[in-house]
Design a protein. Structure first.
Length: 290
């Protein structure tokens, strides 16, 4: 390890934590690690990592402390009794916006600066710059700026606001969109499943179509910003609801349940019934706000 390379502490060596550790060690950082199951850390010793016997001792070893644990409760349990005064705490544990905000206040009470992070990658992407991985950060911008070079090693850092809850909110919003896409992909393949159609041949067409359709996010954003949901509408809600009937009939003919589609279609019908047939689907957003 290079003596002038910043040192840091990493708490948690699950699949993601281990990937983070390998990235920092490969970049020459002095790394102190701790894991509830010590055996997981042994593979890192040969690469230069130091294993701390307790989480408190790991925290004491470096100013920058990165936490990548199972859940928010694990963070509290692990750091209970550790002296956080003067530490820079970066929490990469998956959680909710409310949990991140509460953890930021908790850290401040203990004299630590706090940054919450949402890792937009899977472990094999970590430390591979061309993989396009990035980490959403929210909370102390000063903390991120001071440790940017270190935090940029595993993945590109993107600060999304001083509000500590924003990284988790962005994270879940992106994952929610992805989940909806997965539902559509699942339904599409189900429609073809009993036909003599090669899934491999269909996949490029499906991927290309979805890629083209993602540009609709810009139109939705523009309508939300302007407040005019009829702005630049290509296919209005009345047309889409009418087209939904064909999709539902096709699913029935193909022996496929429409349960992945009907919740959204039902909301579209409600919005249309409220007299918004000249909009597109942006108004559905208002329907699901509580």
């Amino acid at each position: 390890m290079e003596e002038n390379t910043p040192g840091l502490t990493l708490l948690g060596l699950g699949a993601m934590g281990t990937a983070l550790a390998h990235a920092w060690l490969a970049a020459g950082h002095r790394l102190t690690v701790w894991n509830r199951t010590p055996g997981r850390a042994k593979q890192l010793v040969g690469r230069g990592a130091r294993i701390a016997p307790s989480a408190a001792e790991a925290v004491a070893a470096n100013r920058l402390v990165v936490v990548c644990l199972l859940d928010d409760a694990s963070v509290g349990e692990t750091l209970d009794g550790a002296d956080l005064a003067g530490r820079d705490l970066v929490n990469l544990t998956t959680g909710t916006p409310a949990q991140a905000r509460a953890r930021a206040a908790w850290a401040a009470e203990r004299g630590a600066r706090f940054l919450d992070g949402g890792i937009m990658a899977v472990p094999p992407m970590i430390g591979v710059q061309e993989a396009g991985a990035f980490v959403l950060y929210s909370g102390s911008r000063d903390l991120l700026d001071e440790h940017r070079d270190t935090l940029a090693v595993p993945a590109h850092p993107v600060h999304v606001g001083e509000d500590a809850g924003f990284a988790a909110l962005y994270d879940v919003a992106l994952l929610s969109a992805m989940t909806g896409m997965f539902a559509g992909i699942t339904h599409a393949f189900a429609l073809l499943r009993r036909e003599e159609i090669s899934p491999r041949e269909f996949a490029p067409m499906l991927a290309g179509w979805l890629t083209a359709m993602t540009s609709s996010a810009y139109g939705t954003a523009d309508q939300l910003e302007s407040g005019d949901y009829t702005r630049n509408v290509t296919s209005n809600l009345a047309m889409m609801v009418e087209g939904n009937a064909t999709m539902l009939r096709t699913a029935e003919e193909q022996g496929v349940s429409a349960e992945l589609l009907t919740p959204f279609m039902t909301l579209m019908e409600r919005r249309l019934a409220d007299g918004h047939g000249d909009e597109d689907t942006t108004g559905v957003i208002d329907l699901i706000l509580r």
